[in-house]
Design a protein around this ligand. Structure first.
Ligand SMILES: [Zn+2]
Length: 405
């Protein structure tokens, strides 16, 4: 933390003092954590920013972001960046109504924003309770992750995990979720936007890097939409990898899925191309897209005769263990991955939507016997989806222009 309490209860912020002044303070004063009142010590080095840290491992909320130099430096740079723009920002301010102390508290007109710069992996419950606390106080939380948690694995590929996925944020229903990162060493602010989850640990998206001082705070929320070509090309690669992948060891849910496929008389190499398609709300599922999508295709649609009907609730019932029960307070859209998937199948004329929740089978699902055919079929199908996405994309961008002006 950047602030501590003195004996007389006054708050002190170190970064405004010179090195000599800090040494003097260190010799003559005692410092206390403003949150838990435990004694804290000064950490200052020649190249690092002076800050306070608890003397021992603590469960104090103030150390949740990580008390290391990296975290403190990032917090301070973000704070100065906001101040330089003339914004009303305060550092480590205590908000009595919700008993929370965000790294930076920002007031813009009537809007209140709590910025949390998170570098340390903390328990999920802590993230959830802090997020919910802010929201209950009418404050919009904005999580910015330390770039130590950023892992790029391709031009448009981001590695994610159960921890980082909690920080998917969506401020407008019109856009796909984003994630923010900041690196105090290089002063680079990273925006990962238009995120589409391909499997448990990967997301396709637009990864944008900019020097902090070159961006205005409000611009971090202005996000342009992913080009359909880019998304489909990345998805083709993911689909190819999926098709040719030979797992060495299978266990857990994956093993259950393999068993289920075997029971259905098929294999991963032979699966219809309509299994494993990109849906924006995949983050609401706990199983990978190929798992739950195959259960709809092979478990529900395939056994039906042509013109046979099924409902959305049948699909939901079948997939109840695949749907995440975790609440997503940072996500504005109520997106339903199952419905999104069915709508793609509609656009491919495989099924038809009769009413809001009723669908009817229109064409037989193509199964493969050779991997080569499957690979060709996958590409063909993705090209067809691209064509549909492009039409929708043009339609949507028209809509947005229309609503804005
Ligand atoms: Zn404390």
């Amino acid at each position: 933390m950047l602030q501590a309490k003195l004996n007389n209860g006054k708050l002190i912020t170190l970064f405004q003092y010179s090195k000599m002044e800090i040494e003097k303070l260190r010799a003559n004063q005692q410092f206390f954590c403003p949150t838990c009142n435990e004694k804290v010590i000064i950490k200052a080095g020649s190249k690092t920013i002076a800050h306070f840290a608890h003397r021992s491992i603590t469960d104090c909320q103030s150390s949740d972001g990580g008390e290391g130099v990296y975290h403190e430096q990032g917090k301070l740079l973000l704070y100065r960046w906001l101040q330089a723009q003339g914004l009303n920002a305060s550092l480590e301010e205590y908000i009595p109504s919700i008993k929370q102390r965000p790294d930076i508290f920002l007031r813009i007109g009537k809007k209140k924003i709590a910025i949390e710069y998170q570098c340390a992996r903390i328990p999920t419950v802590n993230v959830q309770s802090r997020t919910k606390g802010y929201l209950s106080g009418g404050i919009q939380p904005l999580w910015i992750l330390g770039a130590n948690l950023f892992q790029r694995i391709g031009r448009n590929l981001l590695k994610v995990d159960h921890f980082t996925l909690q920080f998917l944020q969506q401020y407008s229903r019109d856009y796909l979720p984003v994630m923010y990162f900041f690196d105090p060493h290089s002063n680079i602010f990273l925006t990962a936007s238009n995120l589409y989850q391909t499997d448990k640990n990967r997301m396709i998206g637009i990864l944008n890097m900019e020097k902090l001082k070159q961006i205005h705070f409000k611009n971090i929320f202005k996000i342009s939409r992913i080009q359909p070509n880019l998304l489909i090309n990345e998805w083709k690669k993911a689909k190819y990898k999926f098709r040719i992948y030979h797992p060495k060891r299978i266990y857990g849910k994956e093993q259950l899925w393999y068993k289920w496929l075997y029971y259905k008389g098929t294999h991963r190499e032979q699966l219809p191309s309509i299994i494993y398609l990109p849906v924006p709300s995949q983050y609401r599922m706990v199983t990978p897209p190929w798992d739950w999508q195959s259960r709809i295709c092979l478990g529900i649609i395939d056994p039906l005769p042509l013109e046979g009907a099924f409902s959305l609730s049948t699909c939901r019932y079948q997939l109840q263990r695949s749907i995440s029960t975790e609440s997503l307070p940072l996500i504005k859209s109520p997106g339903d991955p199952i419905l999104e998937y069915l709508m793609i199948l509609c656009s491919l004329n495989l099924i038809q939507q009769l009413s809001k929740y009723q669908f009817v089978k229109k064409r037989e699902i193509i199964h493969y016997t050779h991997m080569e055919d499957a690979l060709i079929g996958d590409n063909k199908l993705m090209d067809e989806i691209l064509k549909n996405f492009k039409t929708k994309y043009e339609h949507d961008s028209h809509l947005i222009r229309y609503t804005k002006y």
